[in-house]
Write a protein that binds this ligand. Structure first.
Ligand code: SF4
Length: 247
């Protein structure tokens, strides 16, 4: 666990020599994009899928659930329901049996069958490419629609989940964003269009493995030279007790 005495050690060890206090937002964005473009140029979703239909199913299942758990149930689910036709012809009771270990299985089973029916009735069995059309389907909110548009169709959409919301605020890419939509608007304003779809994965993966919700691992984080949270907690205000995990 992080101890108060670790605070000065952390500052000494990780305070970059050329750190610029109160960086301009555009400089934070540049540093963020430069770092990840070099170190994670091929970041992608951790959900397993082989086609747009499977990704749509997996993303619906992943709401308030981990990708790891979703990946545990989708092989059998995709084997039994390999396409929208087989899923639409099923019942939510049958689908439930395949996804019972996922959060909110009842609602998600109903959404999956409803989604498959709408895919066939309205979109000729093809996953639509626009956020507006995607959001017409049961179980597909703005975040899910943005993920599909971004991952499958390379659209410049930013899906803001809990990781993206938290990490972008900590780094200082967003300011005073009270809702995911407000964060989304700020992020797509500053991130170059051709980087938006991959920036979504950068933020999610960083939140999942380094910038954890309760205990960000600032001691091993490579973003300290431009992270606002780090600047405020370890540089500007060194006396502040932090919950950050040093090692
Ligand atoms: S320095 Fe700390 S708060 Fe900033 S991104 Fe890294 S882990 Fe998160």
């Amino acid at each position: 666990m992080f101890k108060k005495s670790d605070d000065s050690r952390l500052r000494t060890k990780y305070q970059p020599r050329n750190v610029s206090l109160s960086m301009l937002k555009k400089d934070r964005y540049k540093a963020f994009i430069d770092y990840f473009s070099e170190h994670q140029p091929n970041a992608e979703t951790e959900l397993h899928y082989t086609n747009p239909y499977e990704l749509l199913v997996a993303v619906i299942l992943s709401a308030q659930c981990t990708d790891k758990r979703v990946n545990m149930v989708t092989p059998a689910l995709f084997q039994r329901f390999p396409d929208p036709e087989s899923l639409a012809a099923s019942t939510s009771d049958e689908v439930f049996e395949y996804i019972r270990s996922i959060s909110y299985p009842n609602n998600k089973a109903k959404h999956l069958v409803g989604m498959a029916k709408m895919l066939l009735e309205k979109f000729q069995g093809e996953v639509p490419s626009t956020v507006d059309n995607l959001q017409l389907m049961p179980g597909v909110g703005r975040k899910t629609a943005n993920v599909i548009a971004s991952v499958i169709f390379n659209m410049p959409t930013m899906a803001v989940d809990t990781h993206v919301f938290r990490v972008s605020a900590r780094i200082g890419l967003t300011s005073n964003a009270k809702t995911p939509l407000a964060a989304e608007k700020q992020l797509i304003k500053f991130i170059p269009q051709d980087k938006i779809h991959i920036a979504h994965h950068w933020l999610i993966l960083h939140g999942r493995y380094i910038c954890l919700a309760r205990s960000p691992k600032c001691g091993v984080c490579p973003l300290t030279s431009f992270c606002k949270y780090f600047e405020q907690n370890f540089i500007k205000n060194p006396k502040l007790d932090s919950k950050s995990k040093a090692f």
